[in-house]
Design a protein around this ligand. Structure first.
Ligand code: TYM
Length: 330
C-alpha cells in the first residue's frame, strides 16, 4: 500500500525551544513510520524576518542536527534544505499570481509581525510568506501537514490556493490537511502564559531552548508564573500558567490531563513544578547527548541524499504547472 505523504518545516531564526519540540518535531517523529515523510529547514522563510546570513547558515545546520538528535530517522524521513531545491520558488511565483492581496493581508501572522513596523519598511516577503509555504506543501502532493496552531491558517490558505488552481486548470494539486495536536499545539511562554512561547521573545526566562543548560532549564520551570490558588487544575482561561505546565507535562509523559489532575490533587505547585522540570531535563539531556555526537559529514550526506529525491518530485510538479499555465515550451 502506498503511504500518504507528510511534510513540514521550521524556520532557522533563533534557537529551537520546547514549543517547537512539542508542537511540531515530536509529532513528526511519532508519525514518520506511518507516512512518507518530508521535513525541511525553511531557510527562505527566514529572510522575511531576519536576513542575517551568518545566523541563517549556522541555524540551518543546527536545526538539521536537532531534527536528528530529537529522533527523526533519515530511513523514514527525507530531510532537506528548502533553498537548495530551487523548484519551491518556481512554484511560489505561479501561486503568487493566483493569490489575492485581500486574503494575504488577513493572515494573522502577517498582521502581528507587521504591526509596529511602518508600512514603508515591511519586507514584501513577510506578506507573501504563506504563498511560499503553500508552494512547499503543494509541490510534493502532500496529504498531511503537522504544525502548531499558529500555522493552521497558512495551511488553510494552501487548501484554498490548491482548490482555486484545480478549478481553473484541472486537477493538479492534492488538497492537504493540517494536523494539529489536541494538546501541545500552542505551548505558552513561562513568564507570560497568555502568549505563545516564541524564539523572537525578548524575555528569555519564559522560553526553554532545546540546547539550554539543564540547570537553567530547571530554574525556568521552577520560576514559571502561576496563579495564587495552588490547585492543580486545567483551566486555560483562569489558570493559564499551571495549565501550560500541565500541557508540557502531559505531552512529555504521554499522560492525560485528567490523570494529572488526579495524580497531583494533593500536591503543591512547587512539587508539581519539580516533576515537570524533571521531565524537561530528561528530554533535554537526551537530545543534547545525541546532538553532541553528530558529525558534520553525516549531516551533509543526509542533506545531499534528501535533495536528490525532492528535486526529482518537485521538478515534475513545476513542469506540470508551467505547462498548464502556458509557460515555456513544454
Ligand atoms: P516556525 O519556524 O515558526 O515554527 C515551526 C513549527 O513549530 C510550531 N511552533 C509551536 N508549537 C507549539 N507551541 C509553540 N510555542 C510553538 N512555536 C512554534 C509551529 O506551529 C510550526 O509548526 N512557516 C513555518 C515554516 C514552514 C512550513 C512550511 C511548515 C515553511 N513552509 C510548510 C509546514 C509546511 C514557520 O515559520 O514555522
Amino acid at each position: 500500500m502506498k503511504l500518504k505523504r507528510l511534510l513540514s518545516g521550521i524556520k532557522p531564526t533563533g534557537e529551537l525551544h520546547i514549543g517547537h519540540y512539542i508542537g511540531a518535531i515530536k509529532r513528526f517523529i511519532e508519525m514518520q513510520k506511518d507516512y512518507e515523510s518530508f521535513v525541511f529547514v525553511a531557510d527562505l522563510h527566514s529572510l522575511t524576518v531576519n536576513p542575517n546570513p551568518k545566523e541563517i547558515r549556522e541555524n540551518t545546520r543546527k536545526i538539521v542536527e536537532l531534527y536528528i538528535a530529537c529522533g527523526l530517522d533519515p530511513k523514514h524521513t527525507i530531510l532537506f534544505n528548502q533553498s537548495e531545491n530551487i523548484y519551491h520558488t518556481a512554484l511560489s511565483w505561479a501561486l503568487t499570481c493566483h493569490s489575492y492581496m485581500g486574503e494575504l493581508s488577513r493572515m494573522t501572522q502577517y498582521k502581528d509581525k507587521s504591526d509596529g513596523q511602518k508600512n514603508e519598511s515591511i519586507n514584501c516577503g513577510l506578506f507573501n510568506y504563506p504563498v511560499l509555504m503553500a508552494a512547499d506543501i503543494l509541490i510534493y502532493d502532500t496529504d498531511v501537514v503537522p504544525v502548531g496552531d499558529d500555522q493552521k491558517q497558512h495551511v488553510e490558505l494552501t487548501r484554498t490556493l490548491a482548490e482555486r488552481f484545480n478549478n481553473r486548470y484541472g486537477k493538479t494539486f492534492k488538497v492537504p490537511k493540517p494536523v494539529i495536536a489536541k494538546k501541545g499545539a500552542r505551548i505558552m511562554d513561562l513568564q507570560t502564559p497568555t502568549k505563545k512561547m516564541s524564539k523572537s521573545d525578548e524575555n528569555k526566562k519564559g522560553v526553554i531552548n532545546l540546547l539550554e543548560d539543564l540547570e537553567v532549564a530547571r530554574k525556568k520551570i521552577m520560576s514559571a508564573v502561576t496563579d495564587s490558588e495552588s490547585i492543580i487544575k486545567y483551566d486555560e482561561k483562569n489558570k493559564p500558567g499551571i495549565s501550560n505546565l500541565m500541557t508540557i507535562y502531559a505531552c512529555l509523559t504521554n499522560k492525560e490531563i485528567k490523570e494529572i489532575e488526579e495524580d497531583f490533587k494533593d500536591s503543591s505547585y512547587k512539587d508539581f513544578k519539580e516533576k515537570v522540570a524533571d521531565e524537561v531535563v530528561i528530554l533535554l539531556k537526551d537530545i543534547q547527548k545525541k546532538y553532541n555526537e553528530i558529525k558534520t559529514d553525516y549531516i551533509d550526506n543526509i542533506l545531499n541524499e534528501g535533495l536528490i529525491k525532492v528535486k526529482e518530485i518537485s521538478k515534475n510538479k513545476v513542469l506540470e504547472v508551467y505547462k498548464k499555465l502556458g509557460l515555456g515550451r513544454y
